[in-house]
Design a protein around this ligand. Structure first.
Ligand SMILES: Cc1cc2nc3c(=O)[nH]c(=O)nc-3n(C[C@H](O)[C@H](O)[C@H](O)COP(=O)(O)OP(=O)(O)OC[C@H]3O[C@@H](n4cnc5c(N)ncnc54)[C@H](O)[C@@H]3O)c2cc1C
Length: 454
């Protein structure tokens, strides 16, 4: 038998013969992946790999076999001289950050939601408030990869095989299952953090400048209160070592408290006017408190370690992320406010969580990178309420396409079939060509991905 039986029984129907329905299997050893993907294996295609499954789309779904990679959690090697770390794909980013800190090292980018996996962050898109020479997407730190191809063959992709690395970063599990990842890391560096509160007009007035300068920018939009909260990070020789506690409190306020409180409020306060007034007031107070008072300096190490175990919060949130050209953002942000207000007026629906945004520097390390050609601003609309969300996601998609938005296949909802070809052009054609070479029989495709990839 090729995989650990206990794990298989826990995660789906266990069959010694060919399966007859969809299953989720959770291999406990990387070596088992080869047998699972072998064309003669007992498991049925299509195969879809899955990390923490925090994606917003159906990219991890399968009517055949879903391969849950979260049991492969070994940090194989930390090379403190070469500044690299080699890990299995199921390692949680928060756990990796803690381990690196023990050696005085950190990841080179800022990436939130620490409960997602390294494999999911490399094969999906993963952004945060990064700046400097860091790539905007998590995958840009990848030095080399080990993969089992869709036909069950082992493949190592070295650092000098640039074209293959461009394809495998953000490949959404279509080119094979990644089972080992070597990442470039660096000694811990301090940065200075400034928090600002402003109106949409004020934000719009400085948006162009902020988009052009090299800062890590994360912001929270409250379209119904005309409020924007900014978290601006820049390198600084004067920044002093930061304590972890304030970052933990900040993360707890932003990521854990708000979703839970809003869910409860929605249950007990039926009148939407009162409910949203209360929700906005709590958002305002929390943002004001955690963003303005607590944190003045940090490092990717202190800022990232906080939320290693808040996966349960992630599961309960609905979100859709679109990327807009940074050069147009001064206008887009005003239009977004009007869009949210119009949708609320017409349908009664609005997102209860603030919209989160990031400046995403130009990053051409992956063929399907939304910021391949120019810096972008990502906007992530988030709701704890499902009633009305689907229609909102469709409207948000219409809005985003009107303003030249780019999607990310695991984070963007409601993308029409023909739209990615307009946005990614020849890069999508090239990716499709590579995909067909690796997977001529579509063993790693599902209905969702087949809409966009030939
Ligand atoms: C509350 C919340 C906050 C978030 N915050 C952020 C944020 O700040 N920044 C951001 O960028 N995203 C954010 N996200 C989105 C999401 O977390 C990221 O897209 C993340 O990279 C997905 O990681 P995962 O481990 O959950 O991967 P999954 O969702 O499980 O998988 C992602 C993709 O990678 C593929 N895949 C997974 N593992 C492998 C493997 N071993 N080999 C090959 N393919 C594989 C899957 O098939 C899928 O296509 C957030 C989501 C939530 C719910």
């Amino acid at each position: 038998m090729s995989t650990n039986a206990t794990q298989l029984r826990q995660s789906g129907r266990y069959r010694a013969r060919k399966q007859s329905g969809p299953v989720v299997i959770k291999p406990a050893r990387a070596v088992d992946l080869k047998n699972i993907l072998d064309p003669g294996s007992q498991w049925s295609a299509p195969f879809r790999p899955m990390g923490a499954n925090s994606s917003a789309t159906d990219c991890t779904m399968s009517v055949g076999t879903c391969i849950d990679m979260s049991a492969l959690t070994s940090i194989r090697n930390i090379d403190t001289y070469a500044h690299t770390v080699t890990v299995q794909p199921g390692v949680r980013i928060g756990d990796l950050v803690s381990e690196l800190a023990e050696h005085g090292l950190e990841l080179s980018g800022g990436h939130d939601l620490m409960s997602r996996t390294v494999g999911g962050a490399v094969a999906g898109g993963c952004i945060g408030p990064s700046f400097g020479a860091d790539g905007a997407f998590f995958g840009s730190q990848v030095e080399s990869l080990k993969v089992i191809t869709p036909t069950g063959k082992s493949l190592e992709i070295r650092n000098d095989q640039k074209n293959l690395l461009y394809a495998f970063r953000m490949s959404f599990g279509m080119l094979g299952v990644i089972y080992e990842i070597k990442l470039r890391v660096r000694p811990i560096r301090m940065f200075a953090v400034t928090h600002r509160r402003c109106s949409f007009d004020q934000f719009s007035a400085v948006a162009e400048k902020l988009a052009k300068i090299d800062v890590g920018l994360k912001f929270f939009l409250m379209p119904f209160r005309d409020r924007v909260y900014l978290d601006i990070r820049r390198s600084s020789n004067d920044a002093t070592a930061a304590h972890r506690i304030p970052w933990k409190v900040k993360d707890w306020g932003e990521s854990t408290v708000l979703p839970h409180v809003f869910k409860s409020i929605s249950r007990v306060v039926p009148a939407s006017g009162v409910r949203y007034r209360l929700i906005d007031e709590i958002s305002k107070i929390t943002q004001g408190l955690v963003n303005n008072r607590l944190v003045k300096s940090g490092s990717n190490s202190t800022a990232l370690m906080s939320s290693a175990r808040n996966g349960h919060t992630a599961e309960s949130l609905l979100y859709s992320t679109w990327f807009f050209p940074a050069a147009d953002f001064a206008i887009v942000v005003q239009a977004y406010r009007e869009f949210c207000q119009r949708v609320h007026q017409e349908s009664g629906f609005r997102c209860d969580m603030p919209t989160v945004g990031f400046r995403v520097a130009r990053d051409d390390s992956a063929l399907l990178s939304p910021s391949f050609d120019e810096p972008m601003i990502a906007l992530r609309a988030i709701s704890t309420q499902s009633k009305g969300w689907e229609n909102f996601a469709i409207d948000f998609g219409d809005f985003a396409r009107h303003w030249g938005g780019s999607p990310l296949f695991n984070q963007t909802r409601e993308v029409p079939n023909d739209y990615p070809a307009q946005v990614f052009g020849s890069r999508l054609t090239f990716f499709n060509k590579i995909r067909r070479q690796f997977d001529p029989n579509n063993r790693m495709m599902n209905a969702f991905l087949s809409q966009y990839f030939l």
